[in-house]
Design a protein around this ligand. Structure first.
Ligand SMILES: [Zn+2]
Length: 159
C-alpha cells in the first residue's frame, strides 16, 4: 500500500457503497475513481485524486428522480494514529489507518457523501409549469405588493 506512484483507476458500482446508496433514488450507476498513492518529502503517505459520476437523487420539489453529477476530491494524508493525525500538515485531510490494510471503498464513500448537495431539484422542475401559470403571475404584478401594504398599515398605526 502507498507505494510510490501507485495508481488506481476503477469504476466502482454505486451499489458497493450502501451508505451512499441510502441517499440516492436508485443504486444504478458507477463512480469513476482515480487515486494516486505517493509519499511526500516529509515521508507522509498520501492519497490524492478524484471520484465522480452520475447518480440519481430525489427532487425535493416533485419527488421524482433527478440525475445529478457528483464529484469528490481527495487530498488525504495517512496517519497511523490520532496523535499522528494531529501532526499532519493542515493542507491534508487526515485519514487514520491503524492496520496495514487500507479500506478504500469506505473512504471513497465518505468523500462522496460529503460531496453531494443537500437539496436537489430538477433544473426545470415540471411541477412549476404544470401547477403554476406564469402568465397569471405577470398580470398580478400590477397589484400592490403585500409588503408595501403592510408598511402603509404600520405607518398609519404610528399616527
Ligand atoms: Zn423535480
Amino acid at each position: 500500500m502507498a507505494e510510490r506512484g501507485a495508481q488506481i483507476s476503477a469504476d466502482l458500482p454505486v451499489s458497493a457503497m450502501p451508505d451512499f446508496c441510502d441517499m440516492l433514488a436508485d443504486q444504478d450507476g458507477k463512480i469513476q475513481v482515480e487515486l494516486e498513492f505517493s509519499i511526500d518529502e516529509q515521508r507522509i503517505r498520501l492519497i490524492q485524486g478524484q471520484a465522480g459520476g452520475q447518480v440519481k437523487m430525489i427532487c425535493q420539489r416533485c419527488l421524482e428522480p433527478v440525475e445529478i453529477e457528483v464529484a469528490a476530491k481527495f487530498n488525504l494524508g495517512i496517519a497511523a494514529s490520532e496523535e499522528a493525525a494531529k501532526q499532519l500538515p493542515r493542507y491534508y485531510d487526515p485519514v487514520i489507518v491503524e492496520a496495514d490494510e487500507l479500506e478504500l471503498v469506505p473512504l471513497v464513500q465518505e468523500e462522496l457523501i460529503l460531496s453531494i448537495p443537500h437539496d436537489v431539484y430538477h433544473e426545470d422542475c415540471s411541477i412549476q409549469t404544470s401547477f403554476g401559470e406564469p402568465e397569471t403571475a405577470v398580470k398580478e404584478s400590477n397589484k400592490p405588493n403585500p409588503f408595501s401594504v403592510l408598511a402603509a398599515l404600520k405607518k398609519a398605526d404610528t399616527k
